[in-house]
Design a protein around this ligand. Structure first.
Ligand code: ADP
Length: 273
């Protein structure tokens, strides 16, 4: 594994974290649990910062299973997932990658932004994501049968995928798929209050603004303000920062570099703050 991936591998069940806060949107927890109990892989699609990762952390915690998270990027290869031989003082030795550990020991392997990964990763994912549930490791000659508690979860953001990067039908048809989106106003307000302790009135106003910004048509934005950005804004409002300054640095500047678009967003912000 490359060092940048090492940090991305976490083990929620082993960690001290108890009761990770997750606000249910529909019936996603029950669906996920059903998939886990029936050894079905899950695909979650949705825009950035809408709660995909938080949901999986919450489910791993609820099911009391280790979670191996890998943030995929365009240099990520099958070896980063499966493992590789390393050189130590006593010669070479084999080190399992995060996917192999989850397959061997049982646990949830979450590949975030899976469409970013190199295409050779599909070769290892396919036999794991259908009823074979096996991981052939060419380098060691092993043919691993997945632990009964192994679950493969992948996510991607359909919004900014170009057609070439989209998932191949033969891959996506191996998954139970769930679509996530930014929560409805009441739920999102609840999330802001629980995550940051911001006053409900301020949270409400922030949500009204965010929903107005998300409805803006003809804007030049690739993406709208995420729940994550609203949480940043709520944290700053809570400690008394000037609301318009907060709107600029949390809800306008992170979304675009175009000064005119930023001004257009700020005009809307001035209606609410
Ligand atoms: P994604 O993986 O979709 O990019 P995250 O799961 O990291 O997004 O969500 C970003 C932040 O938004 C989280 O850290 C959490 O604070 C908050 N969040 C979003 N949705 C929820 C939710 N349903 N319940 C609790 N927190 C949420």
């Amino acid at each position: 594994m490359t060092t940048s991936n090492v940090q991305a591998v976490t083990n929620v069940a082993d960690s001290e974290q108890e009761g990770i806060f997750y606000q249910e949107q529909h019936n996603e927890s029950a669906l996920f649990e059903y998939a886990f109990n029936n050894q079905l892989p899950v695909l979650i699609k949705g825009p950035t910062g809408c709660g995909k990762t938080r949901f999986i952390e919450h489910m791993a915690n609820k099911l009391n299973k280790p979670l191996y998270t890998v943030a995929c990027h365009d240099d990520l290869t099958a070896s980063d997932l499966v493992g590789r031989h390393l050189i130590g003082s006593d010669g070479t030795y084999w080190q399992d990658g995060p996917l192999t550990r989850a397959v061997r020991e049982g646990g949830i392997c979450y590949l975030d932004e899976v469409v970013e990964a190199r295409k050779d990763t599909t070769v290892v994912l396919h036999p794991l994501a259908d009823n074979r549930r096996i991981l052939p490791i060419d380098r060691t000659g092993e043919m691993l049968e997945a632990h009964p508690d192994f679950m493969l979860v992948v996510s991607y953001n359909p919004g900014y995928q170009n057609l070439l990067k989209g998932m191949k039908p033969s891959t996506r048809q191996r998954f139970v798929a769930m679509r996530f989106d930014y929560p409805e106003a009441e739920i999102e307000q609840e999330i802001l209050i629980k995550e940051t302790g911001v006053e409900p009135r301020l949270a409400g106003r922030l949500i009204e603004l965010a929903h107005a910004l998300r409805r803006l048509e003809d804007n030049d934005l690739d993406e709208v303000a995420s729940t994550r950005l609203l949480i940043y804004a709520a944290k700053m409002l809570k400690v008394g920062m000037k609301p318009l300054e907060v709107c600029r640095c949390c809800l306008a500047e992170p979304l675009t570099d175009d000064p005119q678009t930023i001004e257009a967003l700020m005009e809307v912000a001035r209606i609410y703050f």
